[in-house]
Design a protein around this ligand. Structure first.
Ligand code: NDP
Ligand code: 2IT
Length: 453
């Protein structure tokens, strides 16, 4: 994505964007995320002059606090390694900072800021009391032994712990941070602080303070969101053909729930290529390959009769009714969107954060595709994290079925908020405008009420 290809912003918000670009010149992903929100909210500012008087926008695009730190550790060969750690605490106006940690070699300040910025509005949309944050490291877990991963996590927490706490900042997982890493991170926090403070991390193992359905929640939620969008048109996911990208936490549970609702997910992918399985992706095999054996996605095709591996390509060339991009940012570009539209796609529900480029979103919207942006469609993960925080605070444990029913209800609410705001601002069916406006309104009202902080 280059910023020159972005559509012009309304005059009321352009100066804020210009300042963001001038202040953060080497942060293209952060600029992209800000541009996307600013492109929706000029009518909201017009309706609420107080938001302008209180400088809500100018304050919102500047994180409350940004932490960067050294993470030294020793690998199995006895060599010293140094990584960079990040935590961007973007907004605490609605609750403690909340958002995941990403371990991936591509992580830099721009990526963490884009994710933290998105998180503010996503978390607001859930209706729960959680602020927005993101963190992580450029550490690459791939090919590392379990002992190396543990030492890295311990060193990372040796610095980050001082900025966390159940009423301060509550991380969770994201790319490269799953149950294993959360265990090591939580363990080190407990050791340093001498507190078993369950509510300082979400995504914990269910045997030690974790919540049922948190593991499944993001993928399940993205599928529920697709079903909600179809429901407006008297349709449902049953019988639909679905393309999913990624093969990690979000992808696995999106595929699983799509099957439970009567659809067939025919693809999964990783950064090496994608697999096609016309019979429907076998979730147990996918989990075995990716989460237990930690192999590349091609291993799925070699173990599953009838499946094939397409090297170096993305699943968007497949004819499908529904696409659920669930890998990473900007993984679906304009030509991918054109291919999907030409092949008859009707619904796109973003499991990942900002997977579609702005040009791709424009193609979907011009073609009348039902497009659910990540900050609405993947909000089920963080919403279930907030349920985990509630359970930790009350020292309770809710059942799987009860938790899933709550998730379904939350996704209904997220959809309804985005749908209703889009209508209110004269853009019926535009979930980008709807999600941005509804999330922004909630945050902005709170910022006005709490003064210039
Ligand atoms: P995982 O680490 O479990 O899986 C990530 C998947 O995406 C892998 O298949 C990985 O393939 C692929 N991927 C990662 N980076 C790239 C890249 N640069 N190019 C191509 N493929 C890539 O992460 P999650 O499933 O947790 O996260 C997936 C997306 O969902 C992210 O955008 C994340 O921010 C978002 N998300 C996650 C939530 C959660 O609760 N976990 C909540 C809301 C959103 P490979 O192994 O080859 O790298
Ligand atoms: O992007 C996201 O919403 C997440 N990675 C989950 C954050 C959380 O705190 O559960």
């Amino acid at each position: 994505m280059s910023t020159s290809t972005l559509v012009a912003l309304p005059a009321a918000v352009q100066p804020v964007y210009d300042t963001v670009v001038a202040r953060n010149p080497h942060e293209p992903e952060f600029q992209q995320a800000v541009h996307e929100v600013l492109g929706s909210i000029a009518p909201v500012l017009e309706r609420h002059p107080k938001f302008v008087e209180a400088g809500v926008l100018e304050r919102m695009v500047e994180p409350e606090r940004q932490i960067m730190f050294r993470v030294p550790w020793v690998d199995d060969a006895g060599r010293l390694q140094v990584n960079r750690g990040f935590r961007v605490q973007f907004s605490s106006v609605l609750g403690p900072y909340k958002g995941g940690l990403r371990f991936h070699p591509s992580v830099n300040l721009s990526i963490i800021k884009f994710l933290g910025f998105e998180q503010i509005f996503k978390n607001a949309l859930t209706g729960q009391g959680i602020g927005g944050a993101k963190g992580g490291s450029d550490f690459d877990p791939r090919g590392r032994s379990e002992a190396e991963i543990m030492r890295f996590c311990q060193s990372f927490m040796n610095e980050l712990y001082r900025h966390l706490g159940e009423h301060t900042d509550v991380p969770a997982g994201d790319i490269g941070v799953g149950a294993r890493e959360i265990g090591f991170l939580f363990g080190q926090y407990r050791k340093i602080t001498n507190r078993h403070e369950s509510g300082m991390f979400t995504g914990k193992g269910v045997q030690w303070g974790g919540a049922e359905v948190r593991t499944e929640a993001t993928g399940y939620g993205a599928v529920f969101f697709a079903d909600e969008m179809l429901g407006v048109h008297g349709d449902s996911l049953a019988g639909k053909r679905v393309a999913v990208s990624g093969s990690g936490n979000v992808a696995i549970y999106a595929i699983s729930k799509a099957h439970q609702l009567g659809a067939t997910a025919v693809t999964a992918s990783d950064s090496s290529g994608f697999v096609v399985d016309e019979a429907g992706i076998d979730v147990d095999l996918l989990r075995q390959v990716k989460e237990v054996d930690r192999l590349r996605i091609s291993a799925y095709a070699s173990q599953r009769p009838g499946a094939r591996f397409v090297e170096g390509a993305r699943p968007w060339e497949m004819p499908v009714d529904v696409a659920i991009p669930s890998a990473t940012q900007n993984e679906l570009d304009e030509s991918d969107a054109r291919a999907l539209v030409a092949n008859g796609v009707r619904v796109v529900s973003e499991g990942a954060n900002m997977p579609s480029t702005p040009e791709a979103v424009a193609v979907f919207q011009a073609a009348g595709v039902l497009f659910g942006p990540g900050k609405a469609a993947n909000a089920g993960g963080v919403a279930t994290s907030a349920l985990e925080m509630s359970q930790n605070a009350a020292r309770q444990r809710w059942s799987f079925d009860d938790s899933e029913a709550r998730l379904r209800e939350i996704m209904r609410g997220v959809h309804a908020s985005a749908f209703e705001a889009a209508e209110r601002y004269g853009r019926p069916g535009d979930y980008v405008v709807g999600a941005n406006s509804a999330g922004f309104e909630r945050v902005a009202h709170a910022m006005v009420a709490q003064g210039v902080i």
